[in-house]
Write a protein that binds this ligand. Structure first.
Ligand SMILES: *[C@@H]1O[C@H](CO)[C@@H](O)[C@H](O)[C@H]1NC(C)=O
Ligand SMILES: *[C@@H]1O[C@H](CO)[C@@H](O)[C@H](O)[C@H]1NC(C)=O
Ligand SMILES: *[C@@H]1O[C@H](CO)[C@@H](O)[C@H](O)[C@H]1NC(C)=O
Length: 334
């Protein structure tokens, strides 16, 4: 069965070929089916669910093609979520309850700039771990948290660790976090601070399920001595922090089009921009500007087959989808 991933990889490379010729159409059908089978590789559907999945997949594919034929700053593509409706996706991957995330007055102290035109912590040094995959568990907040703590610790010590999301899923409940049902990076940083440490991924592997807390104090590998909130809706405060200090955790609202994001600068007129509507947490690792549109470079936790090898760009400077509603970062204890 190894040939399937290989076939997929080859087809993926040539996915952008023109599709108006007869060969192109045939190729398009072949590609569609290959994608479908590839993404079903480790999903075990019953035969009748299988046809329902194929129908959802084809509907999504139509949506994607319609979007890509229009004039947009970002494009959509098939990905491992293409056989799901947004309602299903939301239930498995997003925060379903409103989060208490507003920092009416944050404790981040901004400088007066000036700021560089672009910054990317992935290329400044060995500061950002590989994109991870949260699986079907609303644990995005744990990946945003580990991603940020991994980076601030690496910037302070020169050592890039892989930290344990599962410890946060299992153990951080006393700080208004809810395992696979959601939570917030700022509350997770507080948990790590009061708990006195977070273990490594290796010592506390990720399972995408809630379980008993198995924290072992002697295996704690990363520590937090303070939590910094950026005042809500202060997007320049986020720019200041990312430009001068480190990547920053933030939350925003994911709407149905975002599930199909492939590349380009995501913008939306349907998402909300207030603290009570955020439903996903991620990590800003940099920012830049393209053709006059400023954007954030963001690390997601949906694996590397989604977006730009697991990353996405989102418009900067407009509190797009509430991305400036609740952002924070930890002060590492080293
Ligand atoms: C928000 O805060 C209230 C009151 O402290 C609490 O009852 C509720 O569970 C919190 N919601 C979440 C999603 O953490
Ligand atoms: C940061 O914001 C969170 C809400 O997201 C709040 O619970 C916490 O007390 C704030 N921490 C500081 C240091 O202001
Ligand atoms: C949210 O968007 C509306 C409409 O564009 C705008 O008027 C409002 O100022 C925005 N609010 C925040 C908090 O960004």
């Amino acid at each position: 069965m190894l040939f399937l991933p290989v076939l997929f990889a080859v087809l993926y490379q040539v996915h952008t070929l023109p599709l108006h010729t007869e060969e192109g159409k045939f190729f398009n059908q072949l590609l569609t089916l290959s994608f479908f089978f590839f993404f079903h590789y480790d999903k075990n559907y019953e035969i009748n669910e299988y046809y329902q999945r194929l129908q959802i997949f084809l509907d999504n594919k139509k949506k994607i093609e319609r979007h890509n034929a229009g004039n947009h700053k970002f494009s959509m593509g098939l990905n491992p979520f293409s056989d799901m409706t947004f309602a299903e996706f939301k239930k498995s991957y997003l925060l379903t309850e409103p989060q208490n995330c507003s920092a009416t007055r944050g404790n981040h102290l901004s400088s007066n700039g000036p700021y560089p035109d672009m910054i990317d912590w992935r290329t400044k040094g060995n500061y950002v771990t590989n994109v991870k995959n949260q699986g079907a568990c609303g644990s995005c907040w744990t990946f945003s948290t580990t991603g940020c703590l991994e980076s601030v610790t690496a910037i302070a010590t020169g050592k890039l660790l892989q930290l344990a999301e599962q410890q946060l899923v299992d153990c951080a409940g006393a700080f208004d976090n809810h395992g696979c049902n959601g939570g917030l990076p700022s509350h997770a940083f507080e948990y790590i601070m009061y708990n006195k440490g977070l273990m490594t991924e290796l010592d506390y592997p990720y399972t995408a399920k809630e379980g008993e807390c198995r924290f072992k104090p002697d295996l704690a590998a990363a520590f937090v001595k303070g939590v910094v909130n950026i005042t809500k809706y202060d997007e320049m405060g986020m720019v200041d922090a990312v430009a001068r200090l480190n990547p920053v955790s933030f939350a925003y609202e994911v709407t149905s089009d975002f599930m199909h994001y492939k590349d380009g600068i995501y913008t939306s007129t349907v998402c909300h921009n207030t603290t009570d509507m955020v439903n996903h947490a991620v990590l800003a690792v940099g920012y830049a500007e393209q053709n006059g549109t400023p954007y954030w470079i963001v690390k997601n936790s949906w694996g590397t087959y989604w977006g730009i090898n697991g990353y996405f760009y989102i418009e900067r400077g407009k509190n797009m989808c509430g991305l400036a509603a609740c952002s924070s970062y930890p002060l590492p204890l080293v």
